[in-house]
Design a binder for this molecule. Structure first.
Ligand code: BEZ
Length: 400
């Protein structure tokens, strides 16, 4: 029996085949010019409500900025965006992804932020063979067992930003640590990365605490931490939850007693709201506002000018997604039907990013530097490079 999924996959191949034929004709200069005018359709599945809303907004703005800076017509084609609010809700992810791929017949899929949404989305994207760019969600599986030729990530794997923190905490002299995170893929994988780095260096994670996503009632867990008296605490929280956690940690009287560490999401885009409660927190991440490179020097003022907001790592990930899309479309002169050529071009790209230049690993995940930062005077200050050119181990990734 032919399943709905197979029908969809067949339909997509057919659409792509027709598009390839039309595009091949359209791109003979001077002939079939109308075919070349078709808009390239980009489906965006990101959160615009809930605890991750500002992440989705920053990613979208960053992506559009890069595309507009390049002239707004990737590969010579006008662009149409179809945006859906993922609400960071995994149970809605399958329907939302199908709405974009089958309902809207998009050429590219961009999203999501939440790892649980990513797991559902990637399964469909693999089957439908739609070129997908993941601008945040770190689910390790996307560059492990669920990797695919048509899936690229411009952000990080959940393991990546937390692993370097392990050595940082150990080198700061801490030996017994409590870890804490939201209880879903991203939280557990982030703590896994930290634990590998920290225990590999000789430390011990004495307790791992998992809290329900997206809830922000932390008081009982903070009381437990106070009674455990660890040398330090390492956490994963992001977005609205990060703001609340940092304020609660200080209000519970722990800030000056037990040093708090995290991957950089804890203090990214959140510092104004966290205020003095965030001072002194050390984090590791693939971006720092103050990085002194030409791309960052032009990107930050341009982002501020177009959005009225300060750029952060999410804006950078969106910006690099836009750059990748533009470069990919240029490489095939707008012919989205030439999927093999498109993938080959994307695989070999070097992205000149505000985070520093990076390129894709064989599993289509960034190989990039991770920086050590500390909140000083309301800013994430650059302390040094915590890990140079770190690649996700990508166990279980079989392309093809
Ligand atoms: C995730 O779910 O993968 C994620 C969400 C926010 C920040 C970082 C990772």
């Amino acid at each position: 029996m032919t399943s709905m999924k197979n029908l969809n996959a067949n339909r997509r191949r057919f659409v792509q085949g027709v598009a390839a034929g039309a595009a091949a004709a359209a791109f003979i200069p001077g002939r079939f010019a109308i075919g070349g005018m078709a808009k390239v359709k980009v489906g965006i599945l990101l959160p615009y409500s809930g605890t991750y809303a500002f992440l989705g907004e920053k990613i979208t703005a960053g992506m559009k900025l890069a595309i507009n800076q390049a002239g707004g017509k990737p590969g010579g084609r006008d662009i149409e965006y179809v945006q859906l609010d993922s609400e960071a809700k995994p149970p809605k992810a399958t329907d939302n992804t199908n709405k974009l791929i089958t309902g809207e017949n998009i050429d590219f899929l961009v999203g999501p932020v939440h790892s649980g949404v990513a797991m559902a989305m990637a399964k469909i994207a693999r089957e439908e063979k739609i070129i997908t760019i993941v601008p945040n969600a770190g689910a390790n599986q996307l560059t492990g067992s669920l990797c695919a030729p048509n899936i690229f990530r411009t952000s990080f794997s959940n393991w990546q930003p937390s692993y370097p923190s392990g050595k940082v905490v150990y080198d700061d002299g801490h030996r017994n640590v409590v870890t804490m995170a939201w209880n879903y893929g991203a939280g557990k994988q982030a703590l896994g990365g930290f634990t590998q780095g920290f225990e590999g260096a000789g430390g011990k994670v004495v307790k791992q605490i998992l809290t329900p996503f997206p809830k922000v009632e932390f008081q009982a867990y903070l009381t437990e931490i106070a009674s455990l008296k660890p040398d330090a605490v390492f956490v994963f929280y992001a977005g609205g939850g990060a703001i609340k956690f940092v304020k609660d940690y200080a209000a519970a009287g722990l800030k000056d007693k037990i040093p708090l560490y995290s991957s950089g999401f804890l203090t990214e885009g959140t510092l104004k709201a966290q205020g003095a409660a965030a001072e002194g927190i050390k984090t590791t991440l693939h971006y720092v506002d103050t990085l002194d490179n030409p791309a960052n020097r032009t990107f930050r003022p341009a982002f501020k000018k177009t959005t009225g907001k300060d750029a952060d790592v999410y804006a950078v990930q969106g910006y690099d997604t836009g750059k990748l899309l533009v470069q990919a479309m240029e490489s095939v002169k707008g012919d989205t039907g030439a999927q093999q050529a498109l993938i080959a071009a994307m695989e070999s790209m070097v992205i000149d990013s505000p985070r520093g230049e990076w390129s894709f690993s064989k599993a289509h995940n960034p190989v990039q530097d991770f920086y050590l930062r500390q909140v000083v005077g309301g800013e994430n200050k650059f302390l040094g490079v915590a890990h140079k050119a770190l690649a996700h181990p990508a166990k279980g990734c079989r392309m093809g």
